[in-house]
Design a protein around this ligand. Sequence first.
Ligand code: IMP
Length: 197
Amino acid sequence: MRILFATGNENKIVEAREVLVPLGHSVEGLVINGLRPNFDEPKHLGLDGVAESKIRQAMELIQGSELEGSAILVEDSGIFLDGFPEWPGAESSDVEKEIGLNGIIEKVKESGNSGAEYRAVAILSNENQVWKSKGICRGKISDHPRGSNGFGYDPIFIPEEGDGGTFGELGNEVKNQISHRKKAMLGLSNLLKSPSR
Ligand code: IMP
């Protein structure tokens, strides 16, 4: 299936492509009038609510355009710290900008709980069908940022399924075998083989 991923985050497109292309799909960024879409995100509704809102906005954007009828993918993701209920979650990118990775490390030290998980909610829709899939990657927050691969929180996130390195150190090849995004995309690919919800 030719999938148009509606996101401004090129890293997400690269990661989705690495999972979905070997499964027989193609993944391109959705571009309308030369621009990547910029969605309103109702972050108070959490990842699910934001993803549902993004897919509604994306389908409205392509209505009446030459892309109408295309398969559109959206995804919302974030990191959740065990020491704080449902935080930063859908606010992850804002919190990262506000206090930085060192600010997160300080918060985690104050809470005394380094457990954390990444979560992703992915929704794929074409003309009249919708598929939704979620992925979780468990891990913990490191004492210091390590490595420069990936994006966002990757330099401070140590996945349980890794060798003790952060995603920043492990690199994309390892990340794409175990990440929340990989699990969500793989779930979508499996759902595509069965009738939509
Ligand atoms: P979104 O683009 O609104 O879904 O925001 C996702 C934000 O969550 C990113 O900007 C990061 O702060 C964080 N995040 C989600 N997934 C990842 C990941 O795979 N690595 C690092 N940070 C992530």
